[in-house]
Design a protein. Structure first.
Length: 309
């Protein structure tokens, strides 16, 4: 019995060294969905589903400040974000209204000024959910309400459908291989799919790797936040090892469980072999139809999880 206790203690101690929790000083009604880490300044950027703005702080939670104010540059409730060079890519979507609209802002990090804005208006409901950017600055965006991936038309500089197929319906997380050849799509219907960018062909079969929100390519693997499985035991932080060609999933392993089964972490960022994510977005308290928080007294301070990969 003593041996078993000691083994459990060592295991728990090892896990605690691999992750740490940082208390963030932002307002409680932020309801963050997108997160990005600037590797130069080592600041964390969070957007807000409730306040239509973007905030930032040091990685230790100190010096919290507003990066762009509510609705600045036409920003909408915030979704996926990422940083490439000195540019922050930030997605936003209007709530469920007849005048559905999605937006992508490219923001200069040093100045906070607008570099470019893409606005997508559609007769059908679209939700530009998450974004992946290659080394040349070309971006690909998932639409969680449709069956399409969007990108920018180099000639018109407008958002347009890059790829569409019924089997990738309700794609959420999206990632791109380091060499820029492959896109990885987290589809609600058909699991983790691999798209060859040059041929625009899906090159792997549907699978049961579902319920994925945030998704990143990391050292020939995919790291994912799984938060939408009905069985909470199947939720958590997962890593999917790929074959050397990157075209098939070789194995899956669970890296971390959520502190509470009701927690809803969404997207994450990777910096220096560490992943960063907000432990609980508290998204379950936000009514996305009325844009009202159901019970503000239940809101808590946000906690940033820092986990070694």
């Amino acid at each position: 019995m003593r041996v078993h206790f000691m083994l459990l203690f060592v295991l728990l101690a090892s896990c605690s060294k691999q992750s740490s929790t940082i208390k963030l000083q932002f307002e409680k009604d932020l309801i963050p969905e997108g997160i990005a880490i600037d590797p130069v300044s080592e600041k964390v950027y969070l957007n807000s589903l409730f306040n239509n703005k973007i905030v930032r702080s040091n990685l230790d939670g100190s010096n919290p400040e507003i990066f762009i104010e509510n609705n600045k540059f036409g920003y909408l409730p915030g979704f996926g974000m990422t940083i490439k060079g000195d540019t922050l890519f930030a997605l936003g979507n209007s709530h469920d209204t007849p005048s559905n609209q999605s937006i992508l802002l490219l923001l200069d990090i040093p100045s906070g000024q607008l570099v470019k804005r893409y606005v997508l208006k559609s007769l059908e409901k679209t939700y530009l959910n998450d974004i992946a950017v290659n080394s040349k600055g070309q971006f690909f965006i998932s639409d969680s309400e449709g069956s399409s991936i969007y990108s920018s038309n180099g000639k018109t500089d407008h958002l347009e459908v890059f790829f569409s197929h019924k089997t990738i319906a309700h794609t959420n997380g999206i990632a791109i291989s380091d060499d820029g050849r492959l896109l990885y799509l987290a589809s609600l219907g058909s699991g983790l799919r691999v798209l060859d960018i040059a041929t625009k062909k899906l090159i792997n079969r549907p699978n049961d790797y579902k319920g994925i929100d945030g998704l990143k390519f990391y050292k020939n693997s995919l790291v994912a936040i799984v938060n939408a499985r009905r069985d909470s035991e199947k939720n958590g932080i997962f890593q999917f090892k790929l074959i050397p060609e990157g075209t098939e999933i070789m194995s899956a392993s669970k890296l971390m469980v959520f502190e509470n089964p009701t927690d809803i972490p969404t997207t994450f960022s990777i910096n220096n072999d560490e992943m960063f994510f907000v432990a609980d977005s508290q998204m379950d308290l936000l009514d996305d139809i009325t844009n009202q928080i159901n019970d503000p007294t239940k809101l808590e301070n946000y906690r940033l999880i820092r986990k070694k990969l």
